[in-house]
Design a protein around this ligand. Structure first.
Ligand SMILES: [Cu+2]
Length: 171
């Protein structure tokens, strides 16, 4: 009986200690992320869907429907090309106007990409791409989405409500 109690006590203590260490680690990690204010997420190839064929040159930007919640969803295509820096191509997307600038992101096929979305709130508080498999909250600061080398084609992204749209054109 005494032996059993000792044996039962030990694992419980071990679990509690592990839980405390884990909680401390997670706590300091989220603090570090909050302090940095900038998040980087790595999108693996698993989430990437096959590129959709280019949409008769319209590239799907804006798609004409303004966002009801922010009232000013831009339907004017604003093109921006990523800059190749070493082995990656990089581009920043400004959200200070409540829509994506640029909203037509031009990328080169076969080069890993880092897209940095600026801090946002309201309608565009989250950025979503079902095509590329990411969904990020932008309220805490800029988020850099790392994408693997993509095949040529057009990929879509939007606000979390799918009301303000942009596209990623890989050539
Ligand atoms: Cu929206």
């Amino acid at each position: 009986m005494t032996e059993k109690k000792t044996k039962n006590g030990s694992p419980a203590r071990y679990i509690i200690v592990t839980a405390i260490i884990l909680a401390a680690f997670l706590g300091s990690y989220s603090l570090a992320v909050a302090k940095a204010g900038k998040t980087t997420v790595d999108v693996g190839t698993a989430g990437i869907l096959a590129a959709t064929p280019a949409l008769n040159g319209t590239a799907g930007a804006g798609s004409g429907s303004a966002c009801a919640c922010c009232g000013s969803g831009s339907s004017t295509p604003i093109e921006g090309a990523a800059t190749v820096e070493g082995d990656v191509q990089k581009i920043s997307v400004d959200l200070s106007t409540g829509s994506y600038d640029p909203n037509v992101i031009k990328l080169k096929a076969g080069i890993p990409t880092e897209i940095t979305f600026g801090q946002s709130s309201g309608c565009t508080a989250e950025v979503l791409s079902k095509d590329l498999g990411f969904y990020q909250d932008l309220t805490g600061g800029p988020v850099t989405v790392k994408l693997p080398a993509l095949d040529a084609g057009t990929y879509s992204f939007s606000c979390g409500m799918e009301m303000v749209f942009g596209s990623i054109v890989v050539e």
